[in-house]
Design a protein around this ligand. Structure first.
Ligand SMILES: Nc1ncnc2c1ncn2[C@@H]1O[C@H](COP(=O)(O)OP(=O)(O)OP(=O)(O)O)[C@@H](O)[C@H]1O
Length: 991
């Protein structure tokens, strides 16, 4: 609250409800004054806004200010017109009902300005669409058209709903609805009621009117924007000019006392502008057509009659043109969308007026203000207090002045002032303003709010003229001069002048004076009656809506900024009933709603009442407010309604509801999404199940077929198997083909890799025996060919040697099979192993093969290393140590080896001489290789003898020794007891 109560002393209190001395008028005024001096022109009384005209621009209506106030709780910011407008708008949205803002106060208090600011606020808060922008522009531009200042004395004409009807400033008015008066330089001379329509989602749709002070060019521009054609604008201005010229028309009495025009120039201009022949116009202004039986007679006017007729014509022209203008603007703003709407009505009506001389116009204006005050009383003070009573809420009645008594004085049927006035206007005979006054004295003379010169006491009489009557209005005394009351109320136009107007070439005039106008024989309603009826209609419309009030106060009569006239303001505070309103507000409740409505709106805030309360509504409301934590002094439960004392309580509830709404929306959204998701999942699952069922069926059928097929195959297979040995026939052909194919496939994958594995041939089934052996032969040949092609010359020689070895030892010597895979080397001793001498020897003798051997000599058969050299010519056994001294060349007689696994060989040599050494007993690691090569070199394949048991050899010629061979646990050589060399060898492991 205005940052707020800390600044209280300086800026006063921003809501009078918080005023301690709330019954004191002085305290009330003091607060107003304090705030006014700080340019704080707005103060609340609850939700009512009190405004004081600052008579200067305060910069508090900017778009920035509008933004600040949009959508903010009423009491969160300093009081402002925008806060009230925004609150009305948001309440309308929340409750989807219609509202109106009643702006009241006396003339010049700032009502029109307030209504314009409210409209600007709504226009600014409207969403921007092309259509709305269009309407908004027209709306704002219609304003300067309707409200152009005219200096004048004026006559109010009835107020119509949604149309702005004006009075006719016939003297010198350049344009339409406003006029400069003593009270206000830009005083509204017409009452405006505007319905601001909002569509169902709550966006602004249309406003009927707005006004603004502007210059001539603005008016012209505005007219063109609001769909006025060029001709229409010309015709409109021609009418305005005509009205002004008409005011300048003067009459003189001729010799017979009848009226004649004293100058033809005005009529000339009128004729030009209205497009009516000047002669016809002149006749219309000075004569009246009387119908006598079948005849029509022209009767000349007296000058008084002519002036009356002239004024009546001017008013009619101006009034009808204004009505046409308003209709045209409303048409241009008309909302074509008839979908569901809520409205906020805005009522800006001419304020209470007291001039030095007050006439029929002030009477109407002040009567209108009485009615609005009555409405205010009805809707706030009276009905509120009555409501507390009917609802059984404890209440101390606040006394207030009910101005119904004054409204009745004016409008009561047959007895009220308007009835008396109408009677005087209608009765035959010479009725005058004074006779009207007499009739008034007769009829309402005893009324406490009515005084005339005749009825007044001595003291009061001095303040009244004889032709005056005084009404004690709610806003103060006003003395009315009766002069002109009858004429202004009659406002009759003679038939012939209407006919003259119909001849006009001006389209608007023609439209305003249609030939289909009701028969003139039937009198139209008087101005006062029309006004009364119009007001009654307006009251009915307002009563059906929720009210918001702006009470405008005038700080001084001199229109000066910064001047606060205590007496003047106190007077307004009094008659506007602000003190009473404050007392009722202070003691009363800010908010009330029927249980059902309250429950329906806030039921979501309490688990007991959500989603539906089944019990009695009052009980539900009790539960709800208890749950919300209302303290007992914050609310009261009536018979049908709940009453909430402070707005802040309601705002807190509203805030909670806003939060809850979002939560609910999220929950609903989640539920809905869940529901949709579940539905989609269900559908998918059903679909999946269907697909699965179909698929399984299909699979089952396939499986069944497959099994049936398999059974058939197996049966055929079994039968084929059983008849496999029979000649090929129906029963086994398939089986046999399968067997064949199967064998061939297996054979393909298991073919021997080399010729050496040729025995690893897959055993064929019986029917493939023949084919298999043929294949085997073929394949063996193929392998042989392949093998042979791959053999090198070296290998070939080797194989030849191996062949020789095979012929010599295969099946004869036990250790032969192990030797087969060991390849023969070209030379067994590397050059590094042989000393140079031997090497030379070897080279010289073309030794082809040498092998290191161990020789056993006779002395105890001790082994000694020897070299066995094989040449083409001879065999040498060289003792390395003795190589230098001697080389033995010995002729070979033969070689003996055992049949066992030892590697001993006995070389039998020729001994020609007794001194020569005998046979040589050698042990050789490469026995087979050495002996094979020896045979090949010696070309004596038969020289190898494989013996069993023992070998006899010559130690020396004539001296013999024996070598015995046997198998044993280990390979050892020793001298046996019998003196034989004993060679024991382990049995060679077969491969
Ligand atoms: N809020 C305001 N800020 C500044 N000036 C203001 C404000 N309200 C009114 N005025 C000034 O006071 C003048 C009279 O105000 P306005 O025409 O609104 O009075 P009114 O109550 O409508 O009078 P009437 O009943 O005669 O039409 C305005 O022309 C303007 O100069």
């Amino acid at each position: 609250m205005e940052g707020a109560l800390t600044a209280r002393d300086r800026v006063g209190i921003q809501d009078f409800v918080l005023l301690d001395a709330y019954t004191s008028e002085s305290a009330f005024l003091g607060n107003l004054r304090k705030r006014f001096s700080e340019n704080l022109i707005y103060t609340y009384i609850g939700t009512l806004l009190v405004s004081i005209n600052p008579y200067r621009e305060l910069g508090i209506y900017s778009t920035k200010q509008m933004d600040i106030y949009m959508g903010v709780n009423f009491y969160e910011l300093p009081p402002h017109l925008f806060a009230l407008a925004d609150n009305a708008y948001r309440t309308m949205l929340a409750e989807t009902n219609n509202h109106f803002i009643l702006i009241s106060g006396e003339s010049g208090a700032g009502k029109t300005e307030a209504s314009k600011k409210i409209l600007q606020f709504y226009a600014a808060s409207c969403p921007r669409t092309q259509l709305l922008d269009n309407v908004r522009d027209r709306l704002l531009l219609s304003n300067p058209v309707l409200e152009v200042r005219a200096a004048l004395s004026s006559l109010p004409v009835p107020v119509h709903l949604c149309s702005l009807t004006c009075l006719s400033p016939y003297t010198c008015a350049p344009a339409f609805g406003n006029a400069k008066t003593l009270k206000n330089d830009n005083s509204s001379r017409f009452g405006k009621y505007m319905d601001i329509q909002f569509d169902y989602q709550g966006d602004c749709a249309k406003v009927s009117s707005i006004n603004d002070k502007n210059d001539w060019k603005t008016v012209q521009k505005a007219l063109s924007v609001i769909d006025f054609s060029k001709t229409e604008i010309e015709h409109l201005f021609a009418i305005i000019a005509s009205v002004l010229h008409l005011g300048n028309v003067r009459f003189e009495a001729n010799a017979h006392g009848y009226a004649t025009l004293n100058s033809s120039s005005e009529v000339h201009w009128l004729s030009q502008m209205l497009g009516i022949h000047s002669q016809v116009l002149q006749e219309g202004l000075t004569h009246r057509k009387i119908e006598a039986r079948e005849e029509q007679v022209l009767s000349p006017f007296t000058t008084d009659h002519a002036v009356y007729a002239r004024d009546a014509l001017a008013k009619a022209m101006y009034g009808r043109t204004f009505t046409w203008l308003v209709n045209k603007i409303n048409e241009s703003l008309a909302n074509k969308d008839h979908s569901r709407m809520t409205v906020i009505g805005l009522l800006d009506i001419y304020g209470f007026e007291v001039f030095h001389v007050n006439s029929f116009e002030q009477f109407c204006i002040n009567y209108c203000n009485e009615k609005l005050q009555q409405l205010f009383i009805q809707l706030t003070l009276k009905s509120e207090q009555e409501e507390y009573e009917t609802e059984g809420i404890e209440w101390e009645t606040v006394p207030f002045f009910n101005n119904k008594i004054i409204c009745d004085l004016v409008e009561e049927k047959h007895r009220g002032i308007i009835s008396v006035l109408d009677e005087e206007c209608l009765r035959p005979g010479d009725a005058t303003d004074l006779t009207f006054l007499q009739r008034l004295e007769e009829k309402v003379g005893g009324h406490p709010h009515f005084i005339t010169h005749k009825l007044a006491d001595q003291k009061t009489r001095k303040t009244l003229e004889r032709g005056d009557f005084r009404l004690l209005h709610y806003a103060g005394e006003v003395t009315y001069c009766v002069v002109g009351f009858l004429d202004k109320n009659n406002d009759l136009l003679h038939r012939n002048i209407k006919e003259v107007m119909r001849k006009s070439k001006n389209d608007i005039v023609k439209h305003c004076f249609p030939s289909t106008e009701p028969d003139t024989k039937k009198r139209p309603e008087t101005v006062a009656t029309q006004f009364k009826n119009s007001l009654a209609g307006l009251t009915d419309i307002l009563m059906a809506k929720e009210p918001w009030y702006v009470r405008c106060l005038k700080p001084n009569d001199s229109k000066q900024p910064g001047r606060f006239d205590d007496v003047l303001v106190r007077h307004q505070v009094k008659y506007l009933g602000l003190m009473e309103h404050l007392r009722v507000r202070r003691a009363g409740f800010a908010y009330r709603r029927r249980f059902e409505v309250f429950l329906q709106r806030y039921k979501a805030l309490c688990p007991d009442t959500w989603p539906n309360w089944k019990g009695p509504p009052a009980e539900g409301v009790e539960r709800l407010v208890k749950h919300l934590g209302y303290t007992p002094d914050e609310y009261k439960i009536g018979r049908t309604k709940i009453f909430i004392r402070h707005p802040k309580t309601l705002f807190a509830t509203e805030d909670a509801f806003e939060v809850c709404k979002h939560k609910l929306a999220t929950r609903i959204q989640a539920k809905y999404k869940g529901y949709r998701g579940k539905g989609a999942y269900q559908r998918q699952r059903d679909a999946a199940m269907k697909i699965e069922t179909c698929w399984r069926g299909l699979m089952a059928r396939k499986e069944r077929e497959r099994r049936a097929w398999a059974v058939k195959v197996i049966k055929r297979f079994i039968k084929g198997f059983m008849t496999r040995n029979q000649p090929a026939g129906v029963d086994n052909s398939e089986y046999l083909a399968f067997v064949r194919q199967n064998y061939l496939l297996r054979l393909r994958d298991n073919l021997p890799k080399s010729i050496l594995e040729r025995n690893a041939w897959l055993t064929p089934p019986p029917i493939m025996q023949e084919a298999s052996s043929m294949l085997r032969r073929l394949y063996t040949r193929h392998m042989v060919r392949h093998y042979v092609r791959g053999i090198t010359a070296q290998r070939k020689a080797q194989l030849l040697l191996k062949g020789v070895a095979s012929a010599l030892f295969k099946g004869k010597k036990e250790s032969y099979p192990q030797s087969v895979p060991r390849p023969f080397a070209d030379t067994r001793i590397g050059e590094q192993d042989i000393n140079m001498k031997v090497l030379q020897l070897i080279r010289h003798e073309r030794i082809q093969y040498s092998v290191r051997v161990v020789k056993y000599d006779r002395k105890g058969f001790r082994p000694r290393p020897r070299l066995l050299l094989l040449t083409q010519a001879a065999l040498y056994v060289v003792e390395e140590a003795k190589v230098k001294q001697r080389v033995e060349y010995r002729a070979l007689r033969g070689v003996s080896v055992s049949n066992l696994s030892d590697n001993f060989m006995i070389l039998h040599v020729m001994c020609d001489d007794n001194k020569q050494k005998g046979d040589v007993v050698l042990q050789c690691d490469h026995l087979f290789e050495a002996l094979t090569k020896l045979c090949v070199l010696a070309n004596k394949h038969t020289c190898i003898r494989v013996v069993q048991g023992s070998v006899r050899f010559d130690i020396q010629p004539g001296r013999q020794g024996f070598v015995d061979f046997c198998s044993g646990q280990e390979s050892i050589v020793y001298k046996a007891k019998n003196g034989h060399l004993m060679v024991e060898s382990t049995q060679a492991k077969s491969r």
